[in-house]
Ligand binder design. Structure first.
Ligand code: ZN
Length: 310
């Protein structure tokens, strides 16, 4: 393998498929690099990394059928130490997101897993679909909401899909964080899958799928063993054949830029801008979604101010 091929092989991917003559819709993704990038940017604790990584992966899976110019936002508003999680996916297969308190952490639970539920607590789970938001073709968004019933996130996606979208779904989302030789935590595997039963599906198919999905090993175990998204679906669906509709790369990416930061600064109140110039000798803006900081120095802020003054 040359370097390009190696890079290609390491890229995160998502597969969307159907089975049983369209009675079953399913998608699976490997998101190890996406989650690693998010947790590096936000400097999350291990438990917060699991919570953010599961939510980002769920948003990518749920957003896999989006049309061009669509976007989907998953928002967890909760009273636990993490304070809230936001993940936004679009039709290009990119996702971005953040947690309110990246340092929130908890001891491992009784099963020896990250206690995600312990830092989430109670609250609401929202999914918002928006369309045409960047080209002035904005349509009324669709928003669904359910209470948080689990706090482990995969179960909350399943509950949302079943209750709010009336699509009974099995959801598996996982993030495996391990320590390297120096004792530093890193994301070793991340990914997940969703299997949905469409209205009118045959009872026997439903039972076979339920049985097969319930026996599927955890997503991160499969990914560590080298499974691709299609391999994950093969394991989850057992003897049921499926047809891949789409396979594509996915990644963490943010739409913020220095240009946008400057234009945002230009739109703030002139007195406030003068105060920034006087007191801070410049401005710094940090994007919530990707934690990138844009610094605007004294001279540049001065010239923006002059432009605004006309
Ligand atoms: Zn950003």
């Amino acid at each position: 393998m040359d370097l390009n091929e190696q890079n290609e092989a390491r890229r995160d991917r998502l597969v969307r498929a159907t089975a049983a003559d369209g009675a079953v819709r399913c998608m699976a993704a490997v998101t190890t690099n996406t989650v690693a990038e998010a947790t590096r940017r936000h400097q999350t604790s291990n438990t917060a990394a699991a919570a953010l990584g599961r939510t980002l992966t769920g948003a990518l899976l749920l957003g896999s059928g989006l049309k061009e110019l669509d976007r989907l936002t998953v928002q967890i508003v909760c009273d636990g130490a993490i304070g809230g999680i936001t993940a936004e996916a679009n039709a290009e297969g990119t996702v971005r997101g953040y947690v309110r308190n990246p340092e929130a952490d908890a001891a491992l639970n009784a099963q020896g897993k990250f206690d995600v539920r312990g830092i989430i607590g109670n609250g609401m789970f929202y999914v918002t679909y928006e369309s045409g938001y960047e080209v002035g073709l904005y349509r009324e968004p669709y928003r669904g909401a359910v209470p948080i019933t689990s706090g482990e996130i995969a179960e909350d996606f399943a509950y949302y899909l079943t209750k709010s979208e009336q699509l009974p779904s099995a959801v598996s989302l996982g993030v495996l964080v391990r320590a390297n030789a120096e004792g530093e935590a890193f994301v070793d595997a991340a990914g997940g899958l969703i299997v949905q039963i469409m209205p009118g599906a045959d009872e026997r198919i439903i039972r076979r799928i339920e049985e097969s999905v319930s026996q599927t090993p955890h997503a991160t175990k499969l990914i560590r063993e080298g499974a691709t998204p299609a391999d994950m679906l093969r394991v989850a669906l057992g003897a049921i054949d499926f047809e891949v509709i789409e396979e594509r790369p996915v990644r963490f990416a943010c739409s913020c830029s220095r240009e946008r930061a400057v234009s945002l600064i230009s739109s703030i109140d002139r007195n406030e801008m003068e105060a920034m110039l006087r007191e801070d000798r410049g401005a710094a803006m940090t994007c919530h979604f990707c934690n990138e900081t844009y610094r605007i120095d004294e001279a540049e802020l001065q010239s923006i101010l002059e432009e605004v003054r006309g």
